[in-house]
Design a protein around this ligand. Structure first.
Ligand code: GLU
Length: 474
């Protein structure tokens, strides 16, 4: 490698909600740049005006920032090669397309939609690959000028020479070779005057001095076109790395229908940014140590292309839930309190909330579960009779509850009482688990709760008495 500054970029299109796949690609671009003391750039590719949705560019960047993905140069931050939004760079593309027209790497095409459709249908019918037939390549300069003067609509196409093997060495996949026979004369400038993605991104990657293009696998078949463009300009071709696509459980490309693809959803559910990033890292890269919990900082140190996944990783939300739980458990109670605050619908005294969180932390997988997990501390509970009497008949249940209440009142809510209750259960030949379950259901209204004595301690003896009395005789 030369000692040129390493520069990577992501180039999201503002066409909707911030996509989890954008975060996935970003983390590898960021890691490689940071590892090499280089720069990571965000560029907004908004040349597809039909799919453009106003405001989504800002939301994409905001949410990447929320995930801890911060660029060195971007529309917000600016930089040496600003503007970083393609719709503000139209004058640049105009200037550069002239060079390709001048050296005959590109040509005007005035074919109508109807002609192109007809051509396509004939080709499909005769089982040949649908491709433009270069009809307009034979127009003379004069004919082109006349057409333009007459106001005929046109596009500008890349003149792809047939029969050439385009090879490149993908940093993840090794050598890739595609013959130009399978490449269409790509439109570079559309009839609305905007460049296509292919043209604009090559011009920008060159001008922004991008050294490594790390992007999704879906672009691999476009790369030969891009290489042709670099060559047509006489520019140095950057290195390419195509990451494998995230997949639904059925191995299809990750989609809204089968997975939540918007970063906004993950935020709402209460996934922590560091957990999401950790999860995405593991999807695309395998840790040589085999460890599954890894910080961005450590990932940057360890990243290498040869450990990138080549086959499509399955987006397994259960795994994310597990990782999120791990990160939640790492939080201090003060941190956790701040994190759950936006989700919490109850007004709980801070000292009580501290106690509740301390015994609940273990069980939180997503922050939005907090209300369900702790509701019984705050709301009145009415344990359903079938739950209350699931293990024992009414008479036995009442007996257990009366004994429990007396023990707790006489000795207080503490370990000593817990021991006494256990001894009693053993003596009377109850199943200890079932015995405590009766008390849990009477006081918490549910089968699962944090450790019982700690829970009762937070409820306080008055509340415990009220709840047990309510359950006796039910
Ligand atoms: N604008 C493209 C996208 O939305 C960028 C592809 C690339 O990275 O070259 O994915």
């Amino acid at each position: 490698m030369t000692n040129k500054e390493i520069r990577t970029r992501i180039a999201p299109s503002p066409t909707g909600d911030p996509h989890i796949g954008t975060a996935y690609i970003s983390i590898f671009n960021l890691a490689f740049a940071r590892q090499n003391g280089g720069k990571f750039i965000i560029r907004i590719e908004d040349t597809d005006r039909e799919r453009y949705i106003e405001g989504t560019d800002k939301i994409i960047i905001e949410n990447l920032n929320w995930l801890g993905i911060e660029a060195d140069e971007s529309p917000e931050i600016g930089g040496q090669y600003a503007p970083y939004v393609q719709s503000k760079r139209l004058h640049i593309y105009k200037e550069y397309i002239k060079k390709l027209l001048d050296n005959e790497s590109a040509y005007y095409c005035f074919c109508t939609k109807e002609r192109l459709e007809g051509l396509r249908n004939t080709q499909i019918h005769s089982h040949t690959q649908p491709k433009y037939d270069k009809k307009c390549l034979s127009l003379t300069k004069e004919e082109v000028e006349i057409n333009i003067k007459e106001g005929k609509e046109y596009v500008i196409r890349l003149n792809v020479k047939p029969g050439i093997d385009i090879k490149f060495n993908d940093l993840i996949r090794g050598e890739v070779s595609i013959n130009t026979d399978s490449i269409d004369d790509q439109v570079l400038i559309k009839n609305d005057g905007f460049p296509t993605y292919h043209f604009a991104s090559i011009v920008d990657d060159h001008l922004m001095k991008i050294t490594h293009v790390i992007r999704g696998e879906e672009w691999i078949s476009s790369t030969p076109k891009h290489i042709l463009l670099y060559k047509a300009f006489g520019w140095e071709v950057p290195s390419f790395a195509h990451t494998s696509l995230l997949r639904n459980k059925d191995r299809s490309k990750i989609s809204k229908r089968k997975n939540n693809t918007s970063i906004l959803w993950y935020k709402e559910q209460g996934y922590l940014p560091e957990a999401i990033i950790n999860f995405l890292i593991l999807l695309g890269w395998s840790n040589p140590s085999g460890e599954e919990i890894i910080s961005t900082h450590e990932f940057i140190k360890k990243f290498s292309f040869d450990r990138m996944t080549k086959s499509g990783p399955i987006f397994d939300i259960d795994k994310l839930n597990w990782i999120n739980g791990v990160y939640i458990r790492k939080k201090s109670i003060d941190e956790l309190k701040k994190l759950v605050k936006p989700y919490l619908k109850y007004d709980i005294k801070p000292s009580k909330l501290d106690k509740i969180l301390k015994i609940t932390q273990e069980r939180i997988k997503k922050l939005n579960e907090i209300n369900d997990l702790i509701s019984f501390f705050v709301e009145d509970i009415f344990p359903p009779s079938e739950l209350l009497h699931e293990k024992y008949d009414k008479e036995t249940t009442d007996k257990i509850l009366k004994f429990a209440l007396k023990t707790l009142k006489d000795n207080g809510i503490n370990k000593d009482s817990e021991l006494k209750l256990k001894e009693h259960a053993l003596q009377e030949k109850y199943n200890v688990g079932d015995f405590f379950m009766v008390i849990r259901i009477a006081t918490c209204g549910r089968k699962v709760s944090p450790p019982l004595i700690d829970t009762l301690d937070i409820l306080g003896i008055e509340e415990v008495e009220k709840r047990i009395q309510n359950s006796i005789g039910r």
